[in-house]
Ligand binder design. Structure first.
Ligand code: NAD
Length: 179
């Protein structure tokens, strides 16, 4: 019989996946056998807050995890349903079974706790720099952002011209746009 594996679910938008996210993944890998990454707000792309498509985020994360020597993972895009009361059931219907959820997002935590799941917090790593909004801000302003994300994410953003996309979105919508 197959040995029971302990599975963890990590949910985020990963816009983009950065080194803080990678540290969380590495911490989870020490505690759990299998990682499920829920790529949240999968329907969103081409905006300041959510510039990358679910497919692009899928590629970034799979490259980053594989480069880290991690292989026992599933990546599952999850479209928002904006009905908080049934969101956990929606997520659970899309991902493989899991034993614990890792999130620091207060709403995500609250919804999983209310649904009876074990919810764990990962420590925040260098939050001033390792944040999606900081990476996007630097890309838009032409600053150095590459050291804030794993190599596979740099490659993916360059391949899809994600830096140009963000700069154009910002230009087209200034001054109302916020990063
Ligand atoms: P995110 O990419 O900002 O963060 C993902 C996780 O990584 C979070 O737990 C965050 O705290 C953690 N993190 C970020 N930077 C870190 C760092 N430097 N060190 C350590 N940890 C760090 O994503 P998010 O905004 O939390 O994503 C939540 C997703 O869940 C969204 O897509 C949201 O739409 C979705 N959601 C949807 C509903 C609904 O549709 N009803 C309800 C709740 C949540």
């Amino acid at each position: 019989m197959r040995k029971k594996e302990v599975s963890a679910l990590l949910i985020g938008r990963f816009q983009p996946f950065h080194l803080g996210h990678l540290e969380v993944v590495k911490a989870i890998a020490k505690e759990c056998d299998r990682l499920i990454v829920g790529i949240g707000s999968a329907q969103l792309s081409h905006t300041f807050e959510n510039p990358f498509t679910a497919g692009e985020r899928h590629l970034m994360i799979s490259r980053a995890l594989t480069d880290e020597g991690l292989h026992n993972f599933f990546l599952v895009p999850i479209v928002d349903i904006n009905r908080y009361a049934v969101w956990v059931a929606h997520v659970s219907s899309l991902v493989p079974p899991f034993d614990a959820v890792y999130s620091n997002n207060p709403l995500t935590r609250r919804l999983f706790i209310e649904a009876g799941y074990e919810v764990r917090m990962a420590p925040m790593f260098n939050r001033d720099e390792y944040s999606g909004s900081e990476v996007r801000r630097r890309i838009v302003e032409g600053g150095k952002w590459e050291m804030l994300v794993p190599r596979g994410v740099v490659e993916t953003i360059h391949e899809v011209k994600g830096d140009e996309r963000l700069q154009e979105i910002m230009k087209d919508n200034a001054p109302e746009a916020t990063i």
